[in-house]
Write a protein that binds this ligand. Structure first.
Ligand code: B12
Ligand code: SF4
Length: 477
């Protein structure tokens, strides 16, 4: 039986214009588990390859799968459903399965699409294996945990069957490494750096559970961790089998346990890996000792959630940080000469024009190497979505606009139109400072100019274009 995974085309990624394109790890893990069980598997990363739907159709014809499994985030659900249509038009008898964040939390809407046969909810590795084995044997689908499908009842009406949730997978070391050999590895890049890169996940789950975070909703409160040996084995595999020089650790919060970070750094150094890496970090998990170790072990960049300079906004989102901790973390990282990326959320509940302007200034004072200004976006499955939906605050119904770039809801004193302007201003004010450009050029050379050009191009063209569309759709229709 042949199973093909599709990462849909027409990306909604705000990272692409900053020169970040990363492998789809979720489906690569599932593909690896299927391969380990002797299935014939392929992956079409139509997003990284910039495929059109025609090119996708040609590849599907070439692969000739029995089952196609398509991933969808909220902003890519439209593109995922178009891909499902392409698959059905190309090989009508193929079974189409959708999985990932959006189908998990919006399974009812997804399963009603005429080109979707099944939805997988939550972690996909063992659900997909169980499902494929059941389909192969012609077994009973209702016994497969974590799926959704439709059946006809005696009156010929379609009824939706939702099987019980599958338990989270506790031992992450059980998994084979992600099936990167099925991916176009030369298409992935990090901030336009001239380096072979890949991503890794060393744990799943986050105890903090911020109101807006889909990842916390998907992977739960309890952290499940891979062993240090298993992680560094994968790093070696990436280095020696794929020539990877740089790794981005995409865990929810890579640094949450200081001892584990130090143990990992020691093992990286013991094995003389000599690789560059970056990670995500909560500002309250860093101190001089940890950062020293991280730097020695190859850490070059840390992505930190600043979100807001207004304490009441931070508290409402349940971020459990404060301004002093944010300042301190950026200060020590700068002293250790580790690059920082500040991630900011504008327009969260309680945010005001004044508070957002304060946040924009505050970010400058942190002197991060890069800043990403997202607009508050309530993703299905999160507490933020529930609250915004119940209070009827969501102004935009088109999921493709849930990109963190388009405004979705008004705040106390800002319309969606104002939010767009504030976001554009934030990007421009950050990246157009001459002393910023000089400082960064001295650190990273021409790579900074590429990223700078990408950001400016996006701010002046796509964002303006989208503003007009969003405003037209929201107010004129
Ligand atoms: C790495 C990452 C990226 C990378 C790479 C994306 C990629 N190609 O996969 C980059 C930086 C490019 C990126 C971009 C974006 N991302 Co992103 N990203 C992540 C991050 C940090 C890790 C994802 C990961 O690899 N996890 C590890 C794997 C093992 O877990 P997983 O992805 O959850 O996969 C499991 C299940 O979800 C499920 N599953 C996943 N896919 C599929 C597919 C099928 C077919 C099946 C059956 C099951 C299944 O099974 C998997 C294995 O158990 C997550 C947050 C997080 N910690 O998960 C955000 C996250 C997925 N991203 C998010 C968003 C919004 C985006 C952007 C839209 C942001 C933007 N505007 O730029 C873009 C869109 C990208 C695109 N495809 O167009 C949101 C999604 C929310 C939502 N409801 O849609 C998340 C959850 C962040 C958050 N906290 O809110 N992202
Ligand atoms: S700390 Fe980070 S990963 Fe954890 S819930 Fe908050 S935003 Fe999500």
């Amino acid at each position: 039986m042949k199973i093909t995974f599709i990462n849909p085309p027409q990306t909604a990624s705000k990272y692409k214009f900053m020169g970040v394109i990363a492998p789809p790890l979720g489906m690569s893990y599932i593909a690896a588990v299927l391969e380990k069980n002797d299935y014939d598997v392929s992956i079409i990363d139509a997003c990284a390859l910039d495929y059109t739907l025609e090119q996708l159709s040609d590849r599907v014809k070439e692969e000739n799968p029995d089952i196609v499994s398509i991933s969808a985030l909220t902003p890519t659900i439209g593109s995922a459903l178009e891909s499902a249509q392409v698959v059905k038009e190309t090989i009508p008898e193929t079974k189409v399965i959708l999985g990932g964040y959006h189908p998990t939390f919006n399974f009812e809407e997804t399963i009603h699409d005429e080109n979707v046969d099944l939805v997988i909810r939550g972690e996909g590795e063992y659900t997909m294996l169980d499902l494929v084995q059941t389909i192969e044997k012609g077994g009973d689908l209702s016994k497969v945990k974590g799926i959704v499908y439709e059946e006809e009842n005696d009156n010929g009406d379609k009824i939706m069957i939702v099987t019980p949730d599958r338990e989270p997978i506790m031992d992450l070391d059980e998994f084979p490494f992600p099936a990167l050999h099925l991916l176009p590895m030369d298409h992935y890049k990090l901030l336009n750096m001239d380096t072979h890169m890949s991503t890794m996940i060393t744990s799943r789950g986050c105890p903090v559970q911020c109101s807006f975070c889909s990842s916390a909703a998907m992977h739960g409160r309890k952290i499940r961790r891979r062993s240090i040996k298993n992680i560094v084995d994968e790093m070696e595999h990436l280095k020696y089998d794929y020539g990877i020089e740089t790794i981005a650790f995409m865990d929810d919060t890579f640094t949450i346990n200081k001892k584990r970070v130090k143990d990992l750094c020691n093992e990286i150094m013991n094995r003389n890996l000599d690789m560059m890496w970056g990670c995500t970090a909560r500002v309250d998990t860093l101190n001089e000792e940890v950062l020293d170790k991280m730097k020695q072990a190859g850490c070059i960049c840390i992505f930190m959630g600043v979100e807001s300079a207004a304490q009441d906004v931070l508290d409402r989102m349940g971020k459990r940080t404060n301004i002093n901790k944010i300042k301190e973390a950026f200060k020590i990282a700068r002293e250790k000469k580790i690059r920082t990326i500040a991630s900011v959320a504008l327009g969260m509940p309680g945010d005001t024009k004044k508070a957002m302007n304060k946040t924009i200034k505050f970010v400058h004072s942190l002197k991060p190497n890069y800043a990403i200004y997202s607009l508050a976006t309530p993703y299905p499955g999160t507490r933020f979505y529930k609250e915004a939906f119940e209070k009827n605050l969501i102004k935009v119904k088109d999921w493709s606009k849930f990109t963190l770039i388009s405004p979705i809801l008004d705040t106390i004193d800002c319309s969606v139109k104002d939010l767009r302007k504030i976001q554009a201003k934030a990007f421009i004010k950050f990246y157009l400072r001459p002393h910023y450009l000089i400082r960064e050029f001295l650190i990273d050379g021409p790579m900074v100019l590429k990223t700078f050009y990408g950001v400016i191009k996006q701010v002046f063209t796509k964002m303006v274009e989208e503003t007009q569309i969003t405003i037209r759709e929201t107010y004129i229709k």
